[in-house]
Design a protein. Structure first.
Length: 255
């Protein structure tokens, strides 16, 4: 193989490696940016869901407490609502949630039993093994984001929504305050974050395009530098070869 052929193959291999590395870096960077932005939305939603839980306890819990009967003493907790109690509580909670971007709320007792949900088919379901319920029982919060093709909330059925659900401990002290009281149950709050997630995706796409453009320019510079280096090495090889031939000819004439 000639020097020119070897140089071309070397240039092709170098360019292929650079392009593949650029694609990999672009994909990883784009994914990382999107994940960071989505995580920020989930974190903000979790804080909002915690605030809603505090507001719910302060403004509404006294009205529904006789039926719900959540307690820090697991032996005193209610495990089910009568149809009449459920209808009354559901009406009050619907009024409380209507007009907000919060789609749904569920209440669990300390055993993990679903004591209240806007969907009556979920009443009595056992969530004691759920990681979100466990985290809330330890005093923390647990949130997940999920794209739902269909979701039934207080305002009716919605479609293709980004829903952030948070498990938040429900606290209540003896004097009725809830800021630092004992955990008497767990609330699961569902918030509609479609607009925020769409904004995140749009921002991620813009950043991805800008990153791709920047990497393309960098690749152009690298390709130009590699091509120039390869061309210089080829010319040098040819020049050295010609000089070597001339030297050999001179040596032959001298003999």
């Amino acid at each position: 193989m000639t020097a020119s052929g070897k140089s071309s193959l070397s240039l092709l291999a170098t360019l292929t490696s650079v392009v593949l590395a650029g694609i990999l870096v672009h994909q990883l960077a784009s994914r990382l940016v999107a994940q960071r932005l989505e995580s920020a939305v989930v974190t903000a939603s979790e804080a909002a869901n915690q605030d809603l839980t505090l507001l719910f306890i302060n403004d509404l819990y006294d009205a529904i407490e006789p039926a719900v009967r959540l307690s820090s003493d697991i032996t005193q907790q209610n495990n089910a609502l009568s149809p009449e109690e459920y209808a009354r509580i559901n009406g009050r909670i619907r009024e409380f949630m209507l007009g907000t971007d919060f789609l749904k709320i569920k209440l669990y007792n300390l055993r993990g039993t679903t004591l209240y949900s806007s969907d009556p088919n979920q009443l009595g379901a056992d969530y004691s093994a759920n990681p979100g319920f466990k985290a809330a029982m330890r005093g923390g919060s647990y949130s997940v984001s999920e794209l739902r093709s269909e979701f039934g909330g207080y305002s009716g059925v919605v479609y293709d929504r980004d829903v952030v659900s948070s498990y938040v401990p429900v606290r209540r002290s003896v004097d009725g305050a809830n800021a630092a009281g004992r955990i008497i149950g767990v609330a699961e709050i569902y918030a509609d974050r479609t607009e925020e997630m769409n904004a995140v995706r749009a921002s991620a796409s813009e950043l991805s395009f800008m990153l791709a453009l920047a990497m393309f320019l960098v690749l152009v510079v690298i390709v130009g530098a590699v091509w120039y280096l390869s061309l210089s090495m080829t010319e040098r090889y040819i020049r050295d070869a010609e000089e070597s031939k001339m030297t050999d000819r001179k040596g032959g004439l001298n003999e």
